[in-house]
Every structure is written in C-alpha cells, then in structure tokens.
Write a protein that binds this ligand. Structure first.
Ligand SMILES: Nc1ncnc2c1ncn2[C@@H]1O[C@H](COP(=O)(O)OP(=O)(O)OP(=O)(O)O)[C@@H](O)[C@H]1O
Length: 233
C-alpha cells in the first residue's frame, strides 16, 4: 500500500542547533500517530518540514509518493502551535480565509465542528481564551478534507474535561484513510486515540512503533514507556 508520508534520512539544523538528525520514517494511511519527545526534540521541525514550511538540509520527504510541492501542500493540513489568524478577524473571517486558500475546505464539516467546539462565527478571534483559540485552530485544520493532518500540540490549553470531548471530535472528524500526526506532551490524556507513536530525542528517532505492540511486548502504556525512555533527560 502507498505510504502517506515518507522521510528518508532527513536532517535539519537551526544555526548551531540540531533539530533533526537522519530521521527516516514511513507512515501509512488511516493512522493516528503520536509524535512525542521532550522540549526541543524536533517535533515542530518535523511537522513543519512535512507541511512544506521548512526545507530539510539533507534527505528527502514524500507525501503520497510525491516530493513536497504544490500538490502535497494542497493535501496536507497543518495546525501550528501558535494562532494562524490575524487579531482583527472574527471566527467567521478566519474560516473564510481558510476556505479561499484551500479547495478541500468543507463548509458542512465546518458547521458541525463549530457547533461541537461551541464556537460562534461572530466571536472575535483575538478575544478567545487559549483553549477556545485552540478549538478554532483545530476547526480550521480539520475543516479540510485532507490526506494528512499535522497537529502541533493541539490541546495544551484545553481543560481536561473538554479535552476528552475534543479527542472524540478528532476521531470523528478526521477523514477515513487520512493520517493524523499529533505532536504532544499530554501523552497519558491522548494515548487512547493513537495507533502508533514516534519518539524523538535530540532530533534523532528513538522509536516508531504500533501502540498495540508496545502494550503487548512491554506490558506498559505509552506514557510509562515514554517516562522510561526519557528518564535520563
Ligand atoms: N526558528 C528557529 N531558530 C533557531 N532554532 C530553532 C528554531 N526552531 C527550532 N529551533 C531549535 O531546534 C530544536 C528543535 O526545536 P523544535 O521546536 O522542533 O522542538 P519541539 O520538540 O517541537 O519542542 P517543544 O516541545 O518545546 O515545542 C531546538 O533546539 C530549538 O531550539
């Protein structure tokens, strides 16, 4: 089966700092993948490279078998860890902006997501709380019918009760056969939706494995394994 995202020996430095070092990964369709690692381990860099927003220094990246370019950008939906809307915008303006940019934007999905996220089109984006802002960011990202969703720390500001509710939304609203990669520190809260996890440390790939395999082979949850792997950090 065709891989959705392929990274071959990808390396990237920001000045003197190594952000990614020789990372190779093949991620298939229809998966929810946790991207885990301590601060500065390269998670955002990996997502930004896969989204075509940063170029690797070396190595290659393919989405649906093709090198990064206009086609991959049109089928990859990226949620950055900072707001992507302008402060003057209402929620409706931010959605219109997204609609103008992306042909795969689905107004019906947007309407259902707004209801689910308890957002109104009239709300001013800059006056949203951190958690409500994240709900808007997720709505913008998931309103597209994309092949690959890249979500950078999507639920950090959302309270624990709403977090569970929003995770259900994520599972409901992502497209079947598409893949979602979620960079997060909230492993214990989110691991129930992961099919696979990637662990990065200092820019290097430590582990890429199916969650079921982790549970059956180690008897541990992803959170327990993460704490063990990163104990010396
Ligand atoms: N624009 C930049 N300029 C300089 N250094 C950068 C830049 N972006 C990332 N880095 C560095 O690259 C490394 C990887 O950063 P990255 O943001 O990818 O990590 P992360 O795993 O997402 O971290 P966090 O969990 O804290 O968000 C870090 O050492 C960071 O300081």
């Amino acid at each position: 089966m065709e891989q959705l995202l392929e990274l071959q020996s990808v390396s990237k430095a920001h000045g003197q700092k190594t952000a990614l070092s020789d990372v190779s990964l093949n991620i298939g369709p229809g998966r929810i993948v946790g991207l885990l690692g301590s601060n500065g381990s390269g998670k955002s860099t990996l997502l930004r490279i896969a989204a075509g927003l940063e170029r690797p220094d070396s190595g290659s990246v393919r989405v649906l078998g093709e090198p990064l370019g206009a086609r991959s950008k049109s089928t990859v939906s990226f949620m950055p860890d900072r707001p992507q809307y302008e402060p003057w915008m209402t929620v409706g303006d931010a959605l219109d902006f997204q609609k103008d940019f992306f042909a795969d934007f689905d107004p019906d999905k947007t309407r259902r997501m707004l209801e689910f996220m308890k957002l109104s089109k009239r709300d001013k984006a800059s006056s949203l709380s951190k958690g409500m802002g994240e709900r808007l960011q997720l709505t913008l990202a998931l309103s597209r019918r994309s092949s690959l969703y890249l979500l950078d720390e999507p639920l950090g500001g959302v309270d624990p009760v709403a977090r569970d509710h929003i995770l259900d939304a994520l599972v409901e609203f992502y497209e079947e056969d598409s893949t979602v990669i979620v960079a997060t520190h909230l492993i214990a809260d989110i691991e129930r939706i992961f099919d696979e996890v990637i662990m990065l440390r200092g820019g290097s790939l430590v582990l890429y494995r199916e969650v079921e395999q982790i549970r059956s082979e180690t008897g541990q949850s992803v959170d327990q394994l993460f704490k063990e792997v990163y104990a010396e950090c």
